[in-house]
Design a protein around this ligand. Structure first.
Ligand code: APR
Length: 251
């Protein structure tokens, strides 16, 4: 598309290093509920109560059911990447190693839009983690306490490969290193209520990056951003990325 062929018209100047953080808002128009827009309830439980190691210890059946339902929903035919996912994948193609996509989302819509290098800091729905070895396995079907891991003898239990509240997000070293070297940090469709992701903008700013928020409405951290645009991700993300990359084209 438009963005893809910009790369060949760049000036000699260094390509910008862009780090993008996405949240549930980037997948909302693809049909996946966000956490806080639907008052964060599921089967009358607060998500914060289900997505925890304690819930898995005391009521594993509820936790398996919660993630089995979300894994199944994600694979429904009507759930597909939207224009925001596609524009981010094209931006990655245009910038190559100068572009890093970090997502809080556990869906695979960025990959289905052909993003190749995605850091899922909160884990992924379409995989399962062995409770014994910690290894993760691609897993697209439902599983429960009676499902055994394929990696241990004797076999161990599997858990959703999701980072629960109170657990350490994944690949934080890589994320912090990228934020420390970023020229531009863009947060898309995240409410800025959950740390450490909500703190990324400050880290990027402290290292001199230009910071932009793209969201349907101002997030809790809006005041920390240099710029912000409100609107639907499927509209403002393609437009903003195209405009941003045009800056590196010949006049
Ligand atoms: N376009 C752009 N932004 C949108 C859209 C849309 N169509 N629809 C909703 N949003 C924005 C909302 O304005 C809100 O700021 O998406 C954000 C959704 O916020 P949350 O539901 O809090 O999702 P997120 O920020 O990703 O949550 C972070 O919290 O529950 C945990 O681990 C879970 O990764 C999740 C984390």
């Amino acid at each position: 598309g438009q963005i893809r062929n910009i790369r060949w018209r760049y000036k000699v100047r260094e390509l910008p290093r862009i780090v993008v953080l996405t949240g549930a808002g980037v997948s909302a128009e693809s049909g996946l509920k966000t956490f806080r827009d639907n008052n964060g309830l599921w089967e009358q439980h607060r998500v914060e109560e289900v997505a925890t190691p304690e819930a898995f210890a005391t009521n594993p059946a509820l936790v398996y059911r919660f993630y089995n339902a979300r894994r199944e929903q994600l694979q429904q035919p009507e759930i597909a990447p939207n224009a925001a996912h596609i524009a981010l994948a094209e931006c990655e193609k245009a910038l190559g190693d100068n572009f890093l996509l970090v997502t809080q989302n556990v869906d695979d819509l960025h990959e289905r839009a052909s993003s190749e290098c995605v850091i899922h800091m909160h884990g992924q729905l379409l995989s399962a983690r062995c409770c014994q070895s910690g290894k993760s396995h691609v897993w697209k079907t439902s599983f429960d306490a009676d499902t055994h891991c394929p990696c241990c003898k004797p076999p161990a239990r599997l858990r959703p490969n999701i980072v629960w509240f109170g657990e350490m997000p994944l690949r934080m070293e890589d994320i912090i290193s990228a934020l420390s070297n970023a020229d531009i940090f863009i947060a898309i469709g995240t409410s800025g209520q959950v740390y450490p992701a909500a703190g990324f903008v400050q880290l990027a700013k402290d290292n001199g990056a230009r910071t932009i928020e793209l969201n349907l409405q101002p997030s809790d951290t809006i005041t920390l951003f240099d710029e912000s645009k409100q609107g639907l991700a499927s509209e403002i993300v393609p437009a903003f990325l195209r405009e941003l990359l045009e800056e590196w084209q010949y006049p």
